[in-house]
Design a protein around this ligand. Structure first.
Ligand code: 2P0
Length: 350
C-alpha cells in the first residue's frame, strides 16, 4: 500500500537586527555580500517566525508555502535553492541508510506565521528563511549544524544566515566564488552581555517601497560612496564592534552602531535614483537618542535603521528608565509612535 503518511516538523526562528549592515551583493544568485556584517538576535517571545514543514505523497504534486495565511510563490530561485539543497542532503542520508523513509522527493507544504509586520524593514525575511531552512532540516532529520544551515539560509535571504544563531552574530562575507566561506558565526552568546536590550519603534507596518534586493543592486551600481564603505569602513568597524562586544563596552558598541546605520543610509541617499528609508519620525528618534545621550553625558542609547523607517534602539538594562522612559515621554504622545499607527516593543536579546 502506498505510504500516505504526513511527515511533519515545527520550529521558530528569531529576528536579528544588524549593527554593522549588509548592503550590496558580489553575487546576487548565491546572495554573496560585498561586506561582512554583524547583528544581535532578538528574543523569540518578542519577534519571531513560526514554521511547520511537512511532506506527504497525499499532497498536491507541487511544493507550497503559506505565510500568515496567504499563498506565496515558491518558484523563485531563492526558495528553490533552499529546497534543492535540503532535499539533496536528505537524499544522501536515504542513500546511506536504507531503513529511512524515502521522503526527499515528496511535495513540501510550508506554513509560516510572523508575530510582527512582514516586509516592513523588521528583518522578516531573515527570520522567515531561517525558520524555513531549520524546519525542513528537522523534518529531514539532517545532521548539519547551524554553520552549515546558515550557508543554505543565506541563499534564501542574505540576512537569514545570521538568524540561525543567538546572541551576537557575524556573517563573514568570504572570498570564494562558490560561497563556501560565506556563512554566519557566533561572536558571543546572549549570556555574555545579558544586560543588552532593544526597543523597537514600529513607525510604520507598511511594506517598504524599494525591496532590499533591488535597492542594494542599485546602490552598488551607482553610489560613489559605496566602495569606501564596503572596502574600508566596514572591515574596520567589524573589528571595532567585535572588540566592543568582547569587552562589553557599550559606548563603543553604541557609537559604531549609530555611525554604521548613518553610513548605510548615506549610501542609500547617494544611490541614483536616491533611496529614502528613514522618514521624519525616524529622524525625530535620532534627535531623542542624542538628547538622552547628552543628558547622560555618555552613550547609553544607540539607534539603528534598516530598509524601512522603524527604529531599533539598543541600551543596557541599567539605563532602561532613562532610555525607554525618556523615549516614551519625549515622543510617546505624538502621532506615529503609539496608538493605531505605531507602537514601541521592548525586546530581550536571546
Ligand atoms: C542587514 N538589511 O544587515 C541589512 C541592513 C537591510 C539593511 O539584510 O536580498 O532581506 O534577501 O539577501 O537579507 C536586508 O536584506 O536581502 C538586510 P536579500 P535581505 O540586516
Amino acid at each position: 500500500m502506498a505510504d500516505t503518511k504526513i511527515y511533519r516538523a515545527s520550529t521558530t526562528a528569531p529576528v536579528n537586527i544588524a549593527v554593522i549592515k549588509y548592503w550590496g551583493k558580489r553575487d546576487p544568485k548565491l546572495n554573496l555580500p560585498t561586506n561582512s556584517s554583524l547583528s544581535v538576535t532578538l528574543a523569540q517571545s518578542d519577534l519571531r517566525t513560526h514554521t511547520t514543514a511537512s511532506c506527504s505523497s497525499s499532497y498536491p504534486s507541487s511544493d507550497s508555502l503559506l505565510l500568515n495565511g496567504q499563498d506565496q510563490d515558491v518558484s523563485g530561485a531563492r526558495t528553490q535553492a533552499c529546497f534543492r539543497e535540503l532535499r539533496s542532503l536528505r537524499k544522501q542520508l536515504e542513500d546511506q541508510d536504507s531503513s529511512l523513509s524515502k521522503i526527499a522527493d515528496l511535495p513540501l507544504k510550508i506554513v509560516s506565521e510572523n508575530n510582527f509586520p512582514t516586509a516592513a524593514g523588521l528583518a522578516s525575511s531573515a527570520a522567515g528563511f531561517a525558520a524555513l531552512v531549520r524546519a525542513i532540516a528537522n523534518l529531514y532529520e539532517l545532521k548539519q549544524d547551524e554553520t552549515e544551515l546558515s550557508r543554505i539560509a543565506r541563499q534564501g535571504s542574505g540576512s537569514a544566515c545570521r538568524s540561525l544563531f543567538g546572541g551576537y552574530v557575524g556573517w563573514n562575507a568570504g572570498t570564494q566564488a562558490d560561497g563556501s566561506d560565506s556563512m554566519a558565526y557566533q561572536v558571543a552568546p546572549a549570556s555574555h552581555w545579558p544586560q543588552m536590550r532593544a526597543l523597537i519603534l514600529v513607525v510604520s507596518a507598511a511594506k517598504k517601497g524599494v525591496s532590499s534586493t533591488t535597492g542594494m543592486q542599485t546602490t552598488v551600481a551607482t553610489s560613489s560612496l559605496f566602495p569606501a564603505r564596503a572596502n574600508e569602513t566596514v572591515p574596520r568597524r567589524m573589528k571595532e564592534m567585535e572588540k566592543a562586544i568582547q569587552e562589553r563596552d557599550f559606548e563603543t558598541f553604541g557609537k559604531v552602531t549609530m555611525m554604521d546605520s548613518n553610513s548605510f543610509h548615506a549610501t542609500c541617499l547617494d544611490t541614483y535614483p536616491p533611496i529614502f528609508y528613514m522618514n521624519d519620525v525616524s529622524r525625530a528618534a535620532i534627535k531623542v537618542v542624542e538628547t538622552i545621550n547628552a543628558a547622560a553625558g555618555k552613550t547609553i542609547a544607540a539607534y539603528t535603521f534598516d530598509a524601512g523607517p522603524n527604529a531599533v534602539i539598543y541600551y543596557l538594562e541599567e539605563s532602561e528608565k532613562e532610555v525607554v522612559g525618556l523615549f516614551k515621554a519625549a515622543i510617546g504622545d505624538k502621532e506615529g509612535w503609539t496608538g493605531t499607527r505605531g507602537r514601541a516593543v521592548e525586546a530581550n536579546i536571546a
